[in-house]
Design a protein. Structure first.
Length: 524
């Protein structure tokens, strides 16, 4: 199906809007006209009832029934919408039918509220009600008949009100022709005006755009009217002029660019020769850097070796001094200290073997491990160092922590490194708090974490220092006291156990290291 053109769409839209407005106006006016017509019919019914009541009131007593019937027939025949005229006579407190116009509707008892109004004796008091709730188009009017200032009866007039459709048809029939003529006239004029004022300028503009797209940049559109379309044509001419200037400038730049490319090609050939010489020099430098890196790695390995071996040697030295200091020491305690010395010597042997095996990948030996038991052994091992430095150990180990998958020797190395750091942070003594607890694992909802905390009240660290504590060879200790390897080993070992380390520290308020290990599940 071929799409409609813009002026056709606009004409149809304008016609639809006009039709909708006319229909809305006709419906609104029709409703108002219906109300006015029905109000006029009610007023005429009330007026005729009042006039007939005055006429009967003027008749001499006794009133002639035939005369009243003739008067009722005259009123009923005066207008076709009057369907019933009836004269009621009051006898005591009761209203009885006395006469009625021919063809009137069957008599219906006067409503009680209407009787009360009629008995009140108000002159020309008119009350109305519907004779039947099933027929809302009938309008019932009562007017009092007076006899020497006393209400002696009443006149009833029933008017059939025109229904809304019949009134609307009479009114709309003539209005429809006017609306149809208006719609046709508006449609034709809109179509012609839109085609002349809008569509033809747009066609000229589209044709110019098509020629410009094909490469004819000298095209221009004549602006015939100083309206929006005229301004659009002027803007199009200005845009085409700018494009033409930019095209000429681009061609000039292309010619210049080609010349520059030729020059750059020659220069690039020279640079390639220089680059070959630089690559040769870079290869030589790379070989030298590789040798230096190997030397640096060897130095780092030596520093780590010194750090790892130094800790057991300090422990051995402490226990030996205690053995020398107490000549009368219990033989059982002496044996324990000798056992500790033996364990540390064996640990030195393992460290040496590990250092010799650095070229091979090290496999961690993980097994179910009770952190509390390992910590108790570590506390006994480090007791001489703590006592020598005047540091009080406070342990708060939770009794119901689950097992973890760990390597006892590697983890003991971590604990001793952390204890040594705390001792260095408290040169004048202090308190070291070691605690264990269990908390939910945020990454695994069905598992828990075993949390081990080392807290001291030493000198603490600034944010800048704390950001570098896990960097290799970084240390703030005095020369000969630290190698910058201990915390690197701590982080490496904790990572090997699928754990993590959180550090909180403030200057002069101590440091706190929280080690978190995934707990072994019961099924594991």
């Amino acid at each position: 199906m071929r799409p409609l053109k813009l002026h056709t769409k606009t004409t149809l839209l304008a016609s639809a809007i006009t039709l909708a407005v006319l229909v809305t106006v006709l419906l609104t006016v029709s409703a108002r006209v219906v109300n006015l017509v029905r109000e006029d019919q009610k007023e005429l019914a009330e007026l005729q009832a009042a006039n007939l009541a005055d006429h009967i009131s003027a008749m001499p007593n006794p009133r002639d029934v035939d005369a009243m019937a003739r008067a009722a027939n005259l009123v009923k025949g005066a207008r076709p919408n009057i369907v019933s005229v009836r004269i009621w006579e009051r006898s005591g407190g009761v209203f009885m039918e006395r006469a009625a116009a021919a063809g009137s509707l069957p008599a219906v008892e006067i409503p009680d509220e209407t009787k009360e109004a009629l008995r009140g004796g108000l002159p020309y008091k008119i009350t109305s009600s519907r004779p039947s709730s099933s027929n809302e188009s009938l309008y019932r009017v009562f007017a009092p008949v007076n006899d020497q200032g006393r209400v002696s009866g009443a006149v009833e007039v029933i008017e059939r009100l025109d229904d809304t459709p019949s009134i609307a048809r009479r009114f709309v029939r003539s209005a429809v022709w006017i609306a149809a003529a208006a719609i046709v006239l508006i449609t034709v004029l809109t179509y012609l005006l839109f085609r002349y004022l809008i569509y033809q300028p747009i066609e000229r503009l589209l044709a110019a755009m098509s020629r410009a797209r094909s490469g004819e940049l000298t095209v221009e559109v004549q602006a015939r009217t100083p309206d929006e379309l005229g301004n659009l044509s002027l803007d199009f001419n200005s845009m085409i002029g700018q494009i033409r200037e930019m095209t000429d400038e681009r061609e000039a730049q292309q010619r210049l660019l080609q010349e520059r490319i030729k020059e750059a090609t020659i220069e690039l050939q020279e640079r390639n020769l220089q680059l070959e010489d630089a690559n040769l020099e870079l290869w030589r430098t790379t070989r030298l850097m590789t040798q230096l890196e190997r030397l640096a790695a060897a130095g780092q390995t030596a520093a780590q070796f010194a750090h790892e071996v130094g800790t057991p040697l300090n422990i051995i030295s402490g226990h030996v001094q205690l053995l020398r200091a107490g000549s009368n020491v219990d033989s059982g305690l002496a044996n324990e200290r000798l056992t500790t010395i033996t364990e540390q010597i064996e640990r030195i042997e393992r460290i040496v073997r590990q250092m010799l095996d650095r070229t091979r990948s090290e496999t961690l030996q993980l097994s179910p491990l009770d952190l509390n038991s390992l910590l108790q052994r570590t506390f006994y091992t480090a007791a001489p160092l703590l006592e020598e430095r005047g540091v009080r150990l406070n342990s708060q180990l939770s009794a119901d922590i689950p097992l973890i998958a760990g390597d006892a020797d590697r983890l003991q190395q971590v604990f001793i490194n952390l204890i040594n750091n705390s001792l260095d942070a408290m040169p004048d003594g202090g308190e070291l708090l070691v605690s264990t607890e269990v908390e939910p694992d945020p990454d695994a909802k069905d598992n828990n974490l075993v949390v081990l905390t080392f807290s001291d009240n030493g000198c603490g660290m600034t944010n800048e220092i704390r950001a570098h504590i896990f960097d290799p060879m970084y240390t703030t200790k005095k020369p000969g006291r630290g190698t910058g390897i201990g915390l690197v080993v701590v982080k490496q070992v904790i990572s090997e156990h699928n754990g993590r380390v959180d550090v909180v520290s403030e200057p002069r308020r101590g440091s706190r290291f929280r080690l978190k290990f995934p707990a072994l599940r019961e099924d594991t």
